[in-house]
Design a protein around this ligand. Structure first.
Ligand SMILES: Nc1ncnc2c1ncn2[C@@H]1O[C@H](COP(=O)(O)OP(=O)(O)OP(=O)(O)O)[C@@H](O)[C@H]1O
Length: 457
């Protein structure tokens, strides 16, 4: 739909309109020290959180010097006994994965051979890429825990044989997990913790919310339910509260959700076709670290990929059109830096953590798919959150080419109370200057040097 938008309502220089919060071009790159209001600031240390020496070793090996705010606030509540449910919220890239993973690892019983073969914690995520990433984090934090095994419950390639899931921690997507339980390859009877990462998305998506609910019915009644996300749209709040009853809640106001290190901008494009010209001009002009280009549809992703390759760029695309191991290869190539430009749809809008990403482009504005389309502020926030991870600086540029896309961007700006800055494409020297200042500016977190792991107690 977005690829063939009705151009009759196109405006020339959409941002010349004076209504709304979109701001004129002006830029001040700020490098801030970690201040007490930052989501990365915490008064406590990991040592004060009562983690086992094996777990602390994993934390130090990852060079985590101090917990982020969400980690310091959530962990004491999560670790209490008897376990209490949690609905947790914190900005993108602030360490929610470690928050729920440290709780899971702390609760594992690995004392007997039998216990070692029994799934005790289940983490559900909306995509295989995110599930695989979470597995990596749990394995890294748990590196010094003897006999720890983390298993995946993600779709296997066609023809692959399903084997019994014996890891104490299982991370998967809801459909495959449900399948494995039904086929009795996964025994849910001893599960103590259930985590829904990107919980609002899991509970909202057509089909997935219902699936999560049915899955929950198959789990022990006493299971601790932990929901985490950067966003909870109003429409899912009630369902979340039903899914995780009598939970401790750590939530944020909408105005607190944007991350300071992510510099939000927008660019006027003359037409749908002109968006591609602006895109390649940007890439020709700038030395960009790694970047993600978000489009609405799979075919747009494929088309831009082809055109960019023809124009001599090294890019990959990942959409739901690809299956299993092919998707794994693509995301792994992007993670390792072998491919520096990733074109994708909303499938990778959430959770993916690649710290070298310093530019996100919303080639198509995130809309709700309605007629007429309205803004999808949550997806916008998650998309731009692929950069600016843990205090790093990044740029997020949204392409605007007609009245609809302008209105959507404006709705998003109003929703979060932010003023994205207009980048004027009539002056490419200025574009280059502005962007290179941002992309070169030091990460705020760089002032917050992690100590060497081996210097820790
Ligand atoms: N205490 C810490 N100190 C330093 N780095 C940390 C700490 N906790 C997490 N990180 C790093 O921060 C990055 C972002 O963490 P994570 O992916 O968990 O973010 P998130 O809050 O889940 O974000 P999103 O909402 O986008 O899913 C990761 O690279 C992680 O290794």
């Amino acid at each position: 739909m977005a690829d063939n938008q009705d151009m009759s309502d196109q405006v020339d220089g959409a941002a010349d309109q004076t209504t709304g919060l979109l701001a004129p071009s002006q830029f001040d790159v700020e490098v801030k020290l970690i201040d007490p209001n930052s989501p990365l600031y915490a008064a406590e240390s990991f040592e004060q959180l009562g983690l086992s020496p094996e777990i602390l070793k994993g934390v130090y090996k990852l060079n985590f010097r101090a917990p982020s705010k969400i980690q310091a606030r959530a962990l004491p509540l999560l670790l209490g006994n008897p376990p209490v449910n949690m609905i947790g919220q914190s900005q993108s890239g602030t360490g929610k994965t470690a928050a729920f993973s440290l709780n899971i690892l702390s609760r594992l019983d690995l004392s007997t051979e039998q216990a070692q073969k029994t799934p005790q914690a289940l983490v559900l995520a909306p995509t295989r890429e995110l599930a695989r990433q979470i597995i990596g984090v749990i394995q890294a934090l748990g590196e010094f825990i003897p006999n720890l095994k983390v298993s995946a419950a993600i779709p296997a390639d066609t023809g692959a044989r399903a084997t019994a899931v014996e890891g104490q921690v299982v991370v998967g997507t809801p459909g495959t997990t449900m399948d494995m339980i039904k086929k009795r390859i996964l025994n849910p009877s001893q599960l103590k913790t259930l985590v829904l990462d990107e919980a609002d998305n899991m509970l909202d998506l057509a089909g997935m919310g219902e699936q999560c609910m049915r899955l929950k019915m198959l789990l022990p009644k006493t299971i601790q339910i932990v929901l985490f996300s950067a966003t909870y749209a109003d429409k899912v709040k009630d369902f979340a509260a039903k899914f995780a009853p009598t939970a401790n809640e750590l939530t944020l106001k909408e105005e607190e959700l944007t991350v300071e290190g992510i510099k939000q901008m927008y660019m006027d494009c003359a037409s749908e076709e002109n968006k591609y010209e602006v895109l390649v001009k940007l890439y020709g002009l700038m030395t960009i670290g790694s970047s993600v280009i978000f489009v609405k549809r799979r075919d747009t992703a494929a088309r831009i990929e082809q055109r960019m390759i023809q124009d001599g760029h090294v890019v990959v695309s990942l959409t739901g059109a690809y299956e299993g191991s092919v998707r794994d290869q693509i995301i792994d190539a992007f993670r390792s830096g072998k491919a520096k430009v990733l074109i994708t749809t909303n499938v990778l809008a959430r959770g993916i953590d690649v710290s070298t990403v310093n530019l996100v482009i919303n080639y198509d504005v995130p809309d709700d798919g309605g007629r007429p389309p309205k803004a999808d502020p949550q997806t916008y926030l998650h998309r731009i959150g692929r950069t600016g991870r843990y205090g790093r600086v990044g740029a997020a540029i949204t392409f605007i080419h007609d009245r609809t896309s302008y209105n959507i961007m404006n709705e998003i700006a109003v929703h979060f109370g932010v003023q994205p800055v207009r980048i004027d494409t009539s002056d490419w020297d200025l574009v280059e200057d502005t962007l290179s200042r941002i992309l070169k500016s030091k990460a705020a977190a760089a002032d917050f040097k992690p100590e060497r792991a081996d210097a820790m107690p």
